[in-house]
Ligand binder design. Structure first.
Ligand code: CUA
Length: 155
């Protein structure tokens, strides 16, 4: 059976596009380090209370207007809760779960993460607008899931 010339051309074009996109994706992932982070930091979920920095959850000033919030998530709360920071602060949340998978969503921002037992999750967000921001758990984690919430007050 003989192929049409145009069929051949399109076959070559589609294979070329396929190979090129694999090469580009591979280059970005391995040469440029643009691949998604994969479980870079882990922790023993049974020993969160004894493992730094989670042995002392809290809000820490780490720079001019930079803060680190070391936070544990557990059924059905965030520790620490009711956080206060000054306007314009850049806040890095370092989080882990002590039991099941929880969610960490800050209403009115793009912050939306899964926090899993055994893994350390880090997210940085700058809070320019003063106000009260609601933190919600958006992964179903049990009977008290709906009540798992707290706030960040920016002033
Ligand atoms: Cu924690 Cu839902």
């Amino acid at each position: 059976m003989k192929m049409h010339r145009s069929e051949e051309i399109w076959l070559i074009i589609s294979v070329t596009v396929l190979v090129l996109s694999m090469v580009v994706t591979g280059y970005q992932t391995f040469a440029l380090g643009m691949g998604p982070p994969s479980n870079t930091e882990t922790i023993d979920p049974q020993k969160v209370d004894e493992t730094a920095p989670f042995d002392e959850p809290g809000v820490y000033k780490v720079g001019d207007n930079e803060y680190e919030v070391v936070m544990t998530l557990q059924i059905f709360s965030f520790t620490p809760g009711d956080i206060e920071i000054p306007a314009g602060a850049e806040v890095t949340f370092t989080m882990t779960s002590k039991d099941v998978v929880h969610g960490f969503q800050i209403a009115g921002t793009n912050v939306n993460a899964m926090v899993m037992p055994g893994h350390i999750q880090k997210i940085t967000q700058t809070f320019d607008e003063p106000g009260e921001y609601l933190i919600l758990c958006n992964e179903y984690c049990g009977a008290g899931h709906q009540a798992m919430a707290t706030t960040i007050t920016v002033k």
